[in-house]
Write a protein that binds this ligand. Structure first.
Ligand code: CDP
Length: 207
């Protein structure tokens, strides 16, 4: 049986951590769709045409080191605005969403475009400052040399580009449940996400 949990939201809102924990909790498969765009962005930085890169993307391309850097994040959001790139990645994501046994997908357009029929839709946010602080700490822990102001500016730039593009812009689905993690630690954010999914699945069972 298919059961899709769509988790969307802006950069560094905590979608990755929440999605992995929610998938483990329900025993569902997890797909970080941002990684697809990061892999295409990486290829563009290497000089490959992004549309071609998306059409020919292989599982091994997702294993490449360094996909989480800020430079690759910016490249990802640039290629993500190209409709042909998004189209090339659509079928794989849709098939993953409806696989047997349940799936959690995190991204920007899962509840709106990839899987509008998802049984549960969450939109995870936090203030730009809180998100930039988390991303800054992540980058520094990974050995990057950067400062908070740069990360904050990059976070805002990427959110703006993602929210204003014409094709599949970042926005909550009409029936999404909002989770603001600004004041929540990881444990509390995960608990909030799990109860939101449980509330929806009860409604679903009741019809
Ligand atoms: O982890 P973080 O939130 O920083 O970014 P990500 O989820 O890895 O996504 C990187 C970029 O890919 C985003 O800024 C979006 O431009 C793009 N993306 C998208 O357009 N649609 C998705 N479903 C997932 C990511």
């Amino acid at each position: 049986m298919a059961f899709t949990i769509a988790i969307d939201g802006p950069a560094a809102a905590g979608k990755g951590t929440i999605s992995r924990a929610v998938a483990a909790h329900f025993g569902f498969a997890h797909l970080d769709t941002g990684l697809l765009y990061r892999a295409v962005g990486r290829k563009m930085l290497d000089g490959v045409d992004p549309i071609r890169a998306a059409q020919e993307l292989l599982p091994a391309d997702l294993q490449v080191q360094g996909l989480r850097t800020a430079a690759v994040g910016q490249a990802a959001s640039r290629v993500a605005a190209i409709p042909e790139v998004r189209a090339a990645l659509l079928d794989f994501q849709r098939a993953f969403a409806r696989r047997d046994g349940g799936a959690v997908l995190d991204g920007r357009d899962i509840g709106t475009v990839i899987c509008p029929e998802a049984e549960a839709k969450l939109f995870v946010t936090a203030s730009a400052e809180v998100r930039a602080r988390r991303r800054f700490e992540e980058l520094v822990a990974g050995g990057a040399e950067t400062d908070f102001e740069t990360v904050l500016a990059e976070t805002r730039e990427r959110d703006h580009r993602d929210a204003t593009r014409a094709d599949a812009p970042l926005k909550p689905a009409q029936d999404a449940q909002m989770i603001d993690t600004s004041e929540l630690d990881v444990e509390a954010a995960v608990a909030a996400a799990i109860s939101a999914v449980e509330a929806r699945s009860l409604e679903h069972v009741k019809g």
